[in-house]
Design a protein around this ligand. Structure first.
Ligand code: C2E
Ligand code: MG
Ligand code: MG
Length: 276
């Protein structure tokens, strides 16, 4: 009140300070080259082949070491820093695909996470088109991962933007499907190409009956809408077999590979292409 203020608890004080320091550090991270991308393969459950990869942001903090995106992305989003960081991610991921192609590796799709704030920015589309032309990336090979809440928050602007992206040939995937707004109306409103079943439904498969039912239902929705479905967080052979049996198209998870640096991914891609 009046001329003074107090933090409620010691703990809150510490948390606020931490967020403030991280924010400053995040501001410098781009120019200090502290970000990298790791890549996690997406595997076709029928052929066993890698058909795509998701780019996942990694931050090597000079003092704290590797920081989890779960910690720093929310701060970056809150402060708008996700916009320049997201630009860097998109461009780096597109360059990487071209580099792998130049190395003679099989053509695969690149999935990039896009936060709500990026979508709301007026120049997102123009920047994206510029990245495609600078890097030579084919729009058909690019997939944007959006969350249900990002799509629902944006309103009219997002709706028009997604149609524009679609017209370019870019694919759209719904990330963490089943955990956001459980309004399914956006599935007919927006041109979604793929559902990503959230890890929380996969974790206790195949023993948990509710998760089994929900996973089957999500696969059913995708099949009925004639769109693709991918399971995230697949960690065991049993989970893979269940998903295969249920007609899920793709999987991603530690069972096949963790997210790995670009050079390691290139080796994985090359040996996967040779295997049968
Ligand atoms: P997400 O997009 O749902 O990414 C999947 C997360 O699950 C990744 O965590 C990945 O490492 C993890 N994961 C994959 N397979 C398994 C598994 O089998 N078991 C378990 N336990 N986890 C698995 P990560 O890399 O820590 O990223 C967390 C979240 O941070 C992402 O969730 C995404 O929402 C966000 N994120 C990461 N990179 C970016 C980015 O470049 N831009 C934006 N806006 N968000 C990003
Ligand atoms: Mg994702
Ligand atoms: Mg996800």
């Amino acid at each position: 009140g009046r001329d003074t203020f107090h933090f409620y608890t010691e703990d809150m004080n510490a948390q606020t300070l931490e967020a403030l320091t991280l924010e400053n550090d995040l501001q410098r991270a781009l120019s200090n080259d502290e970000f990298t991308l790791h890549y996690q393969p997406q595997i076709d459950l029928r052929s066993g082949k890698i058909t795509g990869t998701e780019a996942l942001l990694r931050w090597q903090h000079p003092q704290h070491g590797n920081m989890s995106p779960e910690v720093f992305i929310p701060i970056a989003e809150e402060r708008g820093l996700i916009v320049p960081i997201g630009d860097w991610v998109l461009e780096t991921a597109c360059r990487q695909i071209i580099e792998w192609q130049q190395q003679g590796l099989p053509a695969i799709n690149m999935a990039v996470n896009i936060s709500a704030l990026q979508l709301q920015h007026a120049d997102f589309y123009e920047k994206l088109v510029a990245v495609l032309s600078r890097t030579g990336m084919l729009p058909e090979a690019l997939e944007l991962e959006l969350t249900e809440s990002a799509v629902m928050q944006g309103g009219e602007h997002t709706s028009a933007l997604l149609q524009q992206l679609k017209a370019l040939g870019i694919r759209l995937a719904m990330d963490d499907f089943g955990t956001g707004y459980s309004s399914l109306s956006y599935l007919k409103q927006f041109p979604i190409d793929k559902l990503k079943i959230d890890r929380s439904f996969i974790k206790d498969l195949p023993d948990n009956t509710e998760d089994k039912a929900l996973t089957q239902a999500i696969i059913g929705i995708a099949q009925a809408l004639k769109i693709k479905v991918i399971a995230e967080g697949v960690e065991t052979l049993e989970q893979q077999q269940f998903l295969q049996h249920e007609g899920c198209n793709l999987m991603q998870g530690f069972y096949f590979s963790r997210p790995i640096p670009a050079e390691e991914f290139a080796e994985l891609l090359s040996s996967n292409a040779e295997s049968r």
